[in-house]
Design a protein around this ligand. Structure first.
Ligand SMILES: [Zn+2]
Length: 347
C-alpha cells in the first residue's frame, strides 16, 4: 500500500501559526482554539476535558480503538514579585535553566488582558556598569528579572500598570525557517501537534480513514507532568504519544528522522507497540532512530500513572537544544507524520 501525500506546506503553515500563539502551561486556551479552528473541515468530532484538553475523535471500527496525544502547553514564566525598582522577579513554568531565557523578549499579560512587552535579563547585565561581575553572576531565580518596556521605576508605578503577582509571562518564540530547518522555542511539542494535524489532514485529503476509531488528545499541563492523566477514552488499547526526540551529545536521535523512544526517565515503553512502529517505519522506508532519553517524561506516562491500562509508545520529531532555543528540520516532521499515517492505516 502507498501512503498518501503529506501536505508539508500546510503542516508548516499550521506549525508557524501555532508557534506564534502563546500557550505557557496553565494559559493554553488561545492555542487550543487555534487547533480547533484548524481541524474544523476534518471529519472529527471535538470535545474538551474539564481541565481544558482537546479530544479529536475520528469515528470508526471500535474493536481496537487507538489514541494519539501531543501537548500544546509550553514553557513560560509567571510574575513572582514586583521589585522596588519596578522590575519583575519571575518564577518558571516548566523545567528549564535560566541561561536559556537570558535576553529573551517577553510579554506580560495582566488580569484585564492588557499586554506589556519586556525582556528577561540578569540583574547585572551591563559590563560597563558591573564589570567582571556579569561573568560570575550565579544563574538562579533572584538574579533574573523582567525589564518592562513601560515607564516605571517603582513597585507602585508597575502596580498602576495593572501588573500583579501571578500574571503570565510569554517567552518570544522567535520562529524562523531556513533551508528546511525550523528554529523556535516551543517546538516541544507544537511540532508534535503539527504532526498529528498533518496525519489527519493527509488521510482526509486522500479520501482515506484510520482503520479503527481514533482519538487524539491535544493536552495541556504536560510540562508540569499531568497533561495526559485524563482524556484518553477508557476503551482505547494503544496510545502513541507524539513528543520530541531528544537530540544532542550521546543521543542517537537527529533532526531528519522520526525518533522512536525505547526508554525514558519513566522506564521502557511498550515493547510490542514499539516493534510495530519500527516495522512500519522499515516497511515504508521512513527514516527513524530508536533512542533512550535520559531526562524525560511524557503524557503517555502520565496516562499510565493515572491508572490507564494501555500499550503506550512514544515517537516524535528530533529537537536540538530542547527547552532552550530549539531547532528541528522539516524532514523530521515529515517522517513523524508518515509514521503516524502508516500506523493509523495498519492492522
Ligand atoms: Zn514535550
Amino acid at each position: 500500500m502507498m501512503l498518501p501525500d503529506i501536505p508539508m506546506d500546510m503542516i508548516l503553515e499550521f506549525l508557524t501559526g501555532l508557534l506564534n500563539t502563546p500557550s505557557p502551561t496553565g494559559d493554553t486556551e488561545q492555542a487550543m482554539a487555534y487547533v480547533e479552528q484548524a481541524v474544523r473541515d476534518l471529519p472529527l468530532s471535538v470535545s474538551r476535558t474539564i481541565k481544558g484538553g482537546l479530544v479529536l475523535t475520528w469515528a470508526g471500527d471500535t474493536t481496537r480503538p487507538r489514541a494519539l496525544t501531543a501537548h500544546v502547553d509550553t514553557l513560560g514564566a509567571m510574575v513572582r514579585k514586583i521589585k522596588s525598582s519596578g522590575r519583575l522577579e519571575l518564577t518558571p513554568l516548566g523545567s528549564y535553566d535560566w541561561h536559556s531565557i537570558e535576553g529573551e523578549g517577553c510579554t506580560v499579560v495582566t488580569a484585564s488582558g492588557q499586554r506589556y512587552r519586556g525582556s528577561i535579563l540578569p540583574i547585572k547585565a551591563s559590563v560597563h556598569v558591573h564589570g567582571a561581575e556579569v561573568r560570575t553572576l550565579e544563574r538562579k531565580q533572584e538574579n533574573y528579572e523582567v525589564r518592562l518596556d513601560a515607564v516605571t521605576g517603582s513597585q507602585e508605578l508597575t502596580e498602576q500598570l495593572g501588573i500583579s503577582v501571578g500574571d503570565f509571562i510569554y517567552l518570544d518564540p522567535r520562529v524562523e525557517m531556513t533551508n528546511g530547518f525550523i528554529r523556535s522555542r516551543h517546538l516541544d511539542d507544537k511540532a508534535g501537534v503539527a504532526c498529528i494535524y498533518g496525519a489527519l489532514l493527509a488521510l482526509h485529503q486522500a479520501g482515506m480513514a484510520p482503520l479503527y476509531r481514533m482519538d487524539a488528545l491535544i493536552s495541556n499541563y504536560e510540562e508540569v507532568g499531568h497533561g495526559g492523566s485524563v482524556g484518553i477514552p477508557g476503551d482505547v488499547q494503544e496510545l502513541v504519544t507524539v513528543d520530541m526526540a531528544a537530540v544532542g551529545e550521546g543521543q542517537n536521535s537527529d533532526e531528519f528522522s522520526v525518533g522512536i523512544c525505547a526508554k525514558d526517565s519513566g522506564g521502557p515503553y511498550d515493547l510490542g507497540l514499539r516493534r510495530k512502529l519500527e516495522r512500519l517505519a522499515g516497511d515504508y522506508i521512513i527514516p527513524y532512530k530508536v533512542d533512550t532519553y535520559p531526562s524525560y517524561g511524557s503524557d503517555g506516562e502520565a496516562a499510565l500513572r493515572a491508572g490507564a491500562d494501555l500499550q503506550v509508545a512514544l515517537i516524535g520529531p528530533g529537537v536540538d537544544a530542547s527547552h532552550a532555543y530549539e531547532r528541528t528540520h522539516r524532514d523530521s516532521i515529515e517522517a513523524t507524520t508518515r509514521l503516524l499515517v502508516a500506523y493509523l492505516l495498519a492492522e
